[in-house]
Design a protein around this ligand. Sequence first.
Ligand code: F6R
Length: 242
Amino acid sequence: MRIYRAKNYQELSRKAANIISAQVIIKPNCVLGLATGSSPIGTYKQLIEWYNKGDLDFSEVKSVNLDEYRGLGIESDQSYVYFMHHNFFDHINIKPENINLPNGKNPDAAAECARYEKVIESLGGIDLQLLGIGRNGHIGFNEPGSAFERLTHCVDLTESTIEANKRFFASADDVPRQAYTMGIQSIMHARRIVLIASGEDKAQAVHDAFFGPVTPEVPASVLQLHQEVYLVADEAALSLVK
Ligand code: F6R
């Protein structure tokens, strides 16, 4: 594991974007695994800036996102597909046919999860997976207790995740109760992983994930077993790491 200690969110975003852009330059038709949430917004902004300058070309890049709320589609501004278009895809030259997310509108969970795993497989796997981390150590929507061997599946969200995500909705009652998520095994198959963490409220999760025991109780701790992980975090998120 490599740790990049950034002074602040801006520096963290620049570093994460730098690793992603190197991936795109080395392999222009790479498969990027992408995440939503607050953490990667700065990274996407930085990538867009470099794209606008002419330094990056996404025309051959393929993307697969980690997760999507069950029941939500692009018409909902809380959906992850909306988020990705709004914060990234609509500002770069990625081809629409190269964008992949779980389809939250497919009510058949088993069929949708199997379809999504096939998509990842047909692309030849993920070259670089970008991750955030939940305050409870979750990655994707793999909550504490998730089995490490799971592939894409449908999950019931925990109260703590509903609580953390309600800031994006009118109220906690509006947060969907289920989501489709890549499983931990799907994530671990990625050839390279970049996890970004910002702020003091992530400090305990970062400490437990990277410096505690490997346990399903802290889903991100499985990353200690991955051969190429970059932890890009600011000083606040690393404040419990000696
Ligand atoms: C997002 C995702 C989640 C977030 C995590 C951190 O696609 O899968 O695991 O990465 O909840 O969220 P933020 O960045 O909002 O703190």
